[in-house]
Design a protein around this ligand. Structure first.
Ligand code: FES
Length: 163
């Protein structure tokens, strides 16, 4: 990411308004960001899910292995709010009664820094170097792919019953 852009703090809004809203989406320097307020803490991450670009705006929040996770509404992938890690669960079939444990896939969703100054909330875009999977949906190619998928979703289903 551009170093100049990533070190800038963007004013998002008044703390009280963002608490009321609980979820807010904004575009900062062309990047779509989700701001979440949960259990007295603000979090910020890329708005589109790293898996297939669905918006995370209305994802539920669950605690998994002592980590708060946003659950993508589309395919239910779990993303830790603080780090952007993708979590997955596997069963150990070698056990008599298989236990299912959660593991990390590593950071998949880019998370951003939230700063509170007096009663104002600011976001600083992540300057974490290298590619993080959610970066794809912030590129021109990723956005094109998403808008094509949305067009297909909005086309009438030719097999649908007509009344
Ligand atoms: S788009 Fe989020 S889990 Fe598939």
């Amino acid at each position: 990411m551009d170093e100049r852009k990533s070190s800038r703090m963007y004013f998002i809004g008044k703390k009280e308004d963002l608490i009321q809203a609980k979820r807010t989406s904004v575009t900062l320097d062309g990047r779509d960001i989700l701001i979440v307020y949960h259990q007295r803490v603000f979090y910020a991450m890329d708005l589109q899910c790293y898996h297939a670009g669905s918006t995370l705006l209305n994802g539920d929040i669950e605690e998994i292995s002592n980590k708060l996770c946003l659950v993508c509404p589309k395919h239910k992938y779990k993303i830790t709010l603080a780090e952007g890690e993708g979590l997955y669960r596997v069963s150990n079939l070698a056990e008599k009664v298989p236990t299912r444990l959660w593991y990390s896939k590593g950071v998949k969703q880019r998370v951003h820094k939230v700063t509170e100054v007096d009663e104002d909330i600011f976001v600083t875009l992540s300057d974490c170097p290298g590619w993080i999977e959610s970066d794809y949906y912030q590129t021109e190619k990723g956005r094109e792919e998403l808008s094509k998928a949305q067009e297909l979703d909005s086309e009438p289903d030719p097999d649908a019953d007509e009344d």
